[in-house]
Structure formats: structure tokens, C-alpha cells
Design a protein around this ligand. Structure first.
Ligand code: ADP
Ligand code: ADP
Length: 237
């Protein structure tokens, strides 16, 4: 099918050496045979408590963690062995990791420079992206002068600039206060829908997952328990 297919994926980490485990090959199973589809244009949230394996699954999809088992495909093409930068996936983290010495415009321009987009088109796309995230005219603003919410808006614009075929967001709003999180979750959804971006959004926050996603996947102990639209999950007692 079109989009992302995760099939029976397992992610393991070696346990820290020491004590009784020293001479064994003990591992932590962070992701335990998870299968999940994210269709083209769809937003899926992965919801669950800290340590349940959300981030490990997202990192495995990104190509940042090796699969101990299973497959990850895009449009039916196997991504095994495809390096991170060749997957054409965008990444956004809790701390947007902006370049602090660049202004907002040049942060957003970063991926376009890498793609050798000519300067006039680049400037136009940067302006459009900043407008899209509610920061019209912010090109010359220094990152140091931006609020936490504004920084994550810039980080979102930067992640979208190269038009990734899949955007992977790992707790992108978790560093912000609750009220701002709620507002930005709705805005992230609007921006992803306006750009037609397919996205996998990791969060431990119910409200955020429900506000952002077309479908919510509930994780616990490395397993994906169920995947359903927010309205169906809400109906559950
Ligand atoms: P979540 O994103 O839901 O908080 P993680 O994927 O970060 O969960 O972690 C899942 C499990 O894997 C946890 O038990 C965590 O301690 C373990 N883990 C995560 N990253 C590593 C790592 N780099 N090395 C060893 N164990 C890890
Ligand atoms: P440096 O900091 O190395 O002197 P510049 O600030 O002149 O470089 O910009 C480097 C590149 O980034 C230039 O090609 C410029 O067109 C592009 N650029 C700079 N600012 C913006 C912006 N606000 N929007 C889009 N592109 C920008």
C-alpha cells in the first residue's frame, strides 16, 4: 500500500554490563513485534507512558535504530539498509535543536540549501513556511529572542521545508506548558493537513494525541495494544 508499513518490528538494546548479566547477552526488548500502517496523508499518534517504546519505534522507522526483527517499508519498498538521509523522512524532537546562531529564516532554509534550491525560490518558500506556522515576517529574528513555542514553530517549518514524504515527531511539544501545548497541537494538525504531510507523532499526553491525530496507537510495554480514531477510543469506558 501507499505510505508507511511497519511489520512485526522488534527493537532491542543490550543491557548495561555488570553484575550477574555480565557474561550473558541480556537485552531489553523496547519494541515487541509491532505492526502499524500510516497511510499517505494520514497523521498517526503513538501514545503511551514513558519507557513503553514509542521513541524506539520512531527511531527504528527513521533508520536511527537497527531492527532486531521485522520490516519497515515505504510504498512497499523495503527500507532495510537505506540510510537515514536517503529515506526522505523529516524529524522533529522535543528540543527543536535549532541552530542558535542562525536567524529563524536561515534555520528554515537549512534543508533547502542542502537540496540546492536556488536562493530566490528558497527565500519565497521560507517566507511561506514561516507564514504557515504563524510567524510571518520572522526571517531575521534571532533564535535566542524567540519563545519556546515560537522555536517549535520554527522547528516545524524547518522540518517541513524539504517536503519530507513522512514527518516523524518525537514529543515535539512536551517542553511547553499545558495551555500552549493544547493550542499548538491543534496548529500542528492544521499545518500538517494544509501541507498534506504524512506524520507519525509520539507523545505521552492523551489530549495532545487526540487533538493531533487521525488515528491513535496505544502502546504499553513495547507492544501496540490498539490503533483507532480518537472518537472510538473516547467511547471506551
Ligand atoms: P518511550 O519513548 O516510550 O519513553 P523508549 O523507546 O525511549 O520509550 O524506551 C523503551 C525502553 O527501551 C525503555 O525500557 C528504555 O529504558 C529502553 N531504552 C531506550 N533507549 C535505550 C538505549 N539507548 N539503550 C538501552 N536501553 C534503552
Ligand atoms: P552567511 O551567514 O554565511 O554570511 P548569509 O546570511 O548571507 O550567509 O546567507 C547564506 C545563504 O542563506 C544565502 O544563500 C541566503 O540566500 C540564504 N538566506 C539567508 N537568510 C535567508 C532567509 N531569511 N530566507 C531564505 N534564505 C536565506
Amino acid at each position: 500500500g501507499a505510505g508507511l508499513a511497519v511489520r512485526d518490528v522488534v527493537v532491542r538494546y543490550a543491557k548495561a554490563p555488570g553484575g550477574l548479566w555480565r557474561r550473558t547477552r541480556a537485552t531489553t526488548v523496547a519494541v515487541d513485534h509491532v505492526s502499524l500502517d500510516v497511510d499517505q496523508g494520514e497523521i498517526v499518534a503513538l501514545l503511551g507512558p514513558s519507557g513503553c517504546g514509542k521513541s524506539s519505534l520512531l527511531r527504528a522507522v527513521a533508520g536511527l535504530e537497527p531492527l532486531a526483527d521485522g520490516t519497515v517499508t515505504w510504498d512497499d519498498g523495503d527500507l532495510t539498509g537505506v540510510p537515514v538521509h536517503r529515506r526522505q523522512f523529516g524529524l522533529m524532537f522535543q528540543d527543536g535543536q535549532l541552530f542558535p546562531h542562525r536567524d529563524a529564516g536561515r534555520n528554515v532554509a537549512y534543508g533547502l540549501e542542502a537540496q540546492h534550491v536556488p536562493a530566490p525560490e528558497r527565500a519565497e518558500r521560507v517566507a511561506g513556511l514561516l507564514e504557515l506556522v504563524g510567524l510571518a515576517g520572522y526571517e531575521r529574528r534571532r533564535v535566542a529572542t524567540l519563545s519556546g513555542g515560537e522555536r517549535q514553530r520554527v522547528a516545524l517549518a524547518r522540518a517541513l521545508a524539504p517536503r519530507p514524504r513522512l514527518l516523524l515527531l518525537d514529543e515535539p511539544l512536551s517542553a511547553l506548558d499545558r495551555r500552549l501545548r493544547e493550542r499548538l497541537a491543534a496548529e500542528v494538525r492544521r499545518v500538517l493537513k494544509e501541507t498534506g504531510t504524512t506524520a507519525l507523532f509520539v507523545t505521552h499526553d492523551h489530549d495532545e494525541a487526540f487533538a493531533v491525530a487521525d488515528r491513535v496507537g496505544v502502546m504499553s510495554g513495547g507492544r501496540l495494544l490498539q490503533v483507532a480514531p480518537p472518537e472510538e477510543l473516547r467511547e471506551k469506558p
